[in-house]
Design a protein around this ligand. Sequence first.
Ligand SMILES: [Zn+2]
Ligand SMILES: [Zn+2]
Length: 303
Amino acid sequence: MRFGAHVSSSGGISKAIGRGQEIGCESLQVFTHNPRTWRPIQHKDEEIEAFRRLAAEADMGPLVSHGLYLINLGAPDREVPTGPPGKPATKTRNIHRASVESLIQHLEIGERLGLSGVVLHVGSSKGSTESEAISRIGAGISQAFEAAPGECAVFLENTAGAGDTIGRSFDQLRRVFDEVGHPSRLGYCLDTQHLFASGYPVHEPDGIDRVLDEFDRTVGIERLRCLHLNDSMTAFGSNRDRHENLGDGQIGADGFRRILGAPALQDLPVILEVPGLEGNGPDLENMARARRFHEEGLELRGA
Ligand SMILES: [Zn+2]
Ligand SMILES: [Zn+2]
């Protein structure tokens, strides 16, 4: 396992590497976009070069980005009124088209930075049927792969299952895969909090093994490329996306020992997106807990 975290890239994307080193990261997740706006950041060539050089010097990888939360490839392909949150609509936007454009930008910048993939929330159906949304999502990802050729992949992330979000079940994740024309660049990222919240019993004895068996049968374990390691503030099956520090939530220390001992997960980058003890995001303490639970988990299994 390559333990890492989501770290801030404010002040220049190359600064993320040092922030990761400070908390002991071997892999890393960053935003390549400002999370509040569709408008892409114009990363300078010097920043890109510095990011790649510092990552190589630190032997940090795999490196991934997390897609803009505004992206929803499942949204209907038409103009809808839009405006600042809580205010009357001031203009219209085609969310589906904007999402495809943004995914293309994410793949292009990911390629320049040498990222292995862009972690992407699958999307939500926004009033249309699940099947229609899944077709649009698959078509949108295909278009983005065509427009942005290269190695950088898309890692679809499972969701906690709130509202009409797609990706709460392995069956839905599989159906998206079947809609994408170039599936060689499509992988998956499983989030432990989202699995737990959507009713996959990863915390139970043998739970993670059964869940991963089901993932293997439905999607294919070889397509699992990244793990998001988060404890859960909310109950099993709550469908709520609320991360907690490792061992302090409802998955708990024993749950993480079981999860991190799972043989099928040993070659993955493991990215923390926890609130942190001081509320500043992933920290040294959570990174230490992850590594400790991992060692103890391997011992439990006699590995
Ligand atoms: Zn996540
Ligand atoms: Zn989450």
